[in-house]
Design a protein around this ligand. Structure first.
Ligand code: F6P
Length: 366
């Protein structure tokens, strides 16, 4: 790879599940690289797949014009294609191969001096492995789940939260009119941030999160108590990763080629049918699902993505490889990529947000 003063070309890919703000980050990287440093930028298509199969294109300033407000990613993404565990069919059987050397060869052939990886824990772990193999990488964290410990916030979360809150708001009026218990299942994997914050912002009565296993009896008590006090409806916000005290998470499907093959989902139906059975109250479920990942990014996410993108190019120029940009308080910092991917950031059951929720009568079912 080139020496510091010779950095001329950077590569960028977006990996893992998409989230609002990815286009804003691509735009910031391309504009900073071209306008400030006179670099060339190559964008790989569909995450690591583009690197493995050498599918990429040059990104000019014109390519990133008008994309700031668009959800998704103009580069495409994939949460399955891991160069260290890439599927292949051999004599009718699926096997997994390490094709990382091939992917790195493609980078070198394209004379890419630094690779910027925009991803969640899965894609950033792969970036770290590539770094260990000598690839100069810089990471940018993204995920609606907000579950990376090395940054206070990831972009995408704020927009997803807004979508979840709006969903709960809409459910509220119909719940009230029909005097029903409405269960709203939200995303978040093993972290309860979306459920907790959307539940707080949307006026949920019960919030079930992975970090606080619930007892369904306690949930039903809350619903019945509301009924006794004349509140004939209840809103129960359930994180997809929530689980009962003596039970397991509900797995919707397994995606074998993915870095994390488990796809959660379905707990809302379980909670709803138990509430209906135990209280006799009419109950409905809404799974907000991928609605939370789509749409135009919020102002907060656009700004955070732009700050991350700009700083990532600066890090590349400073040759601070193996680092990930992050937000600490109001400041953009950078951390060791290895540290960034080893620990998930989860809700603290004794933290201020949970205490605040409890203070206003929200039940966590514990
Ligand atoms: O990590 C983001 C996320 O949206 C999670 O909240 C959710 O569990 C998962 O991705 C869904 O993945 P997929 O798009 O493969 O269904």
């Amino acid at each position: 790879m080139n020496a510091k003063s010779e950095i001329k070309r950077i590569g960028i890919l977006t990996g893992g599940g998409d989230c609002p703000g990815l286009n804003a980050v691509i735009r910031a990287v391309v504009k900073t690289a071209i306008f400030r440093y006179g670099l060339e930028v190559i964008g790989f298509h569909d995450g690591y797949l583009g690197m493995i199969e050498d599918k990429a294109r040059a990104l000019e300033a014109a390519d990133v014009s008008g994309i700031l407000d668009r959800g998704g990613t103009i580069l495409g993404t994939s949460n399955r294609d891991n160069p260290f565990r890439f599927p292949a069919m051999v004599r009718g059987r699926k096997i997994f191969r390490d094709v990382s050397d091939q992917a790195i060869r493609n980078l070198r052939r394209r004379k890419i001096d630094v690779l910027i990886v925009v991803g969640g824990d899965g894609s950033l772990s792969i970036a770290q492995q590539l770094f260990q193999k000598g690839v100069p990488v810089v990471g940018i964290p993204k995920t609606i789940d907000n579950d990376l410990s090395a940054t206070d916030v990831t972009f995408g979360f704020d927009t997803a939260l807004e979508a979840a809150m709006e969903g709960i708001d809409r459910i509220h009026t119909t719940a009230e009119s029909h005097h029903r218990v409405m269960v709203v299942e939200v995303m978040g994997r093993y972290a309860g941030w979306i459920a907790l914050e959307a539940g707080l912002a949307g006026g949920g009565d019960v919030i079930l999160i992975p970090e606080i296993p619930y007892d369904i009896e306690k949930v039903c008590e809350k619903v019945k108590e509301r009924n006794r006090h004349g509140k004939r409806f209840s809103i129960v916000v359930v994180a997809e990763g929530a689980r009962p005290k003596k039970g397991e998470v509900v797995v919707q499907r397994m995606v074998e080629d993915s870095t994390d093959p488990v796809r959660l989902g379905g707990i809302g139906f379980k909670v709803s049918s138990e509430i209906e059975k135990r209280t006799g109250l009419e109950t409905r479920v809404t799974v907000l699902g991928h609605l939370q990942r789509g749409g135009s990014p919020s102002a907060f996410d656009r700004i955070l993505a732009t700050r991350f993108g700009t700083r990532a190019v600066e890090l590349a120029m400073e040759e601070k490889f193996g680092r990930m940009v992050c937000l600490r308080g109001r400041h953009i910092r950078d951390v060791d990529l290895k540290k960034a991917v080893t620990k998930l950031r989860r809700v603290s059951p004794n933290g201020n947000l949970v205490q605040t929720a409890r203070s206003i009568g929200i039940t966590f079912g514990d």
